[in-house]
Write a protein that binds this ligand. Structure first.
Ligand code: ATR
Length: 284
């Protein structure tokens, strides 16, 4: 129950009504008996600066940032953590004594999701499809642990730019266009394939960023799309005997890391996962 002492956090984005984060975080606050509330905040692009000022004025403890503000918010923050700055995107803001600091928990969330699924990216060859914000966040974390990293993107120049940014940060990476030929060439010796594009996301459920015939049984196939739970790419992966990893783990883990930043408490990940699954499966 919200009281006068309740601490406020939330998520800013547009659209925001389909976000699962309010349910996920409020379930966790309730479970731990923390006097916090997590609210959805629809913010238009033209209003972002005022929204950030407002969050400060209202003394929010922090907030998540989602599409379309993850990149544009950087210039309105007092401080941006160094990896988030290299990624160029912020998904979590923490209000530290009136100063707003930006972080990115997506990459670490993805890494934790892989490890939770029993997959160790250490020394593996990873192929990432897509070179947008989510890809940048994930590759800046995975590049430090895997042995080889390739990024394929529909717009080739963005993959090349991301690979070059990773190199500037001291990592090894290769970027190229996304075609059947490049996929075929790269997938042969890939251990972990990660889809960071929205291809296959509801309502686009009958599409896959990679054709079934290019997959093989020795792959781990991680799709960061979580709605539907089994994307067409993951269905193909299952059919060829590869190991599918769905996007719920990343959603829960990125949220759990943000939760700890705001509350100082270890997040109840199982409670958060159940809240997400209940929403996705229409059990609430
Ligand atoms: P996010 O923050 O979720 O990563 P984004 O920054 O808009 O979103 O990036 C979307 C990614 O999905 C991009 O890599 C985009 O490719 P382009 O750079 O060529 O636009 C990719 N993407 C989106 N729709 C796609 C499609 N139909 N086929 C292939 N790639 C697609």
């Amino acid at each position: 129950m919200v009281s006068g002492a309740t601490i406020v956090v939330g998520v800013i984005g547009n659209p925001i009504e389909h976000s699962l984060s309010p349910r996920m975080h409020n379930a966790a606050f309730e479970y731990l008996g923390l006097d916090y509330v997590y609210i959805p905040l629809r913010v238009l692009e033209k209003d972002l600066k005022n929204a950030v000022r407002g969050a400060k004025a209202f003394n929010f403890r922090g907030f998540n940032v989602t599409i379309p503000h993850k990149v544009s918010i950087l210039r309105f923050l007092d401080k941006v953590e160094s990896t988030a700055r290299k990624i160029g995107a912020v998904n979590t803001v923490v209000n530290e004594d009136g100063k707003l600091s930006g972080y990115n928990t997506d990459g670490l969330g993805a890494l934790e999701a892989l490890r939770e699924a029993g997959v160790d990216p250490e020394g593996k060859k990873i192929l990432v499809i897509g070179a947008g914000g989510a890809s940048r966040a994930i590759t800046f974390y995975l590049a430090g642990v895997c042995s080889e990293l390739t990024i394929l993107n529909r717009t080739r120049s963005k993959a090349v730019k991301l690979a070059s940014d990773l190199k500037s940060a001291g990592f090894k990476a290769y970027g190229d266009g996304l075609t059947v030929e490049t996929l075929e060439r790269e997938l042969v010796d890939t251990d972990i394939l990660i889809n960071t594009t929205s291809v296959g996301m509801r309502p686009d459920v009958n599409r896959s960023p990679v054709p079934e015939e290019l997959l093989h049984k020795d792959l781990v196939v991680f799709d960061i799309v979580y709605n539907p739970l089994e994307t067409m790419l993951l269905r193909y992966a299952r059919k060829v005997g590869a190991k599918p990893v769905d996007g719920v783990g990343m959603l829960v883990n990125q949220g759990a890391i943000s939760f700890k930043m705001w509350t100082g408490c270890e997040a109840p990940r199982d409670v958060m996962r159940k809240a997400v699954m209940d929403s996705l499966l229409g059990r609430d």
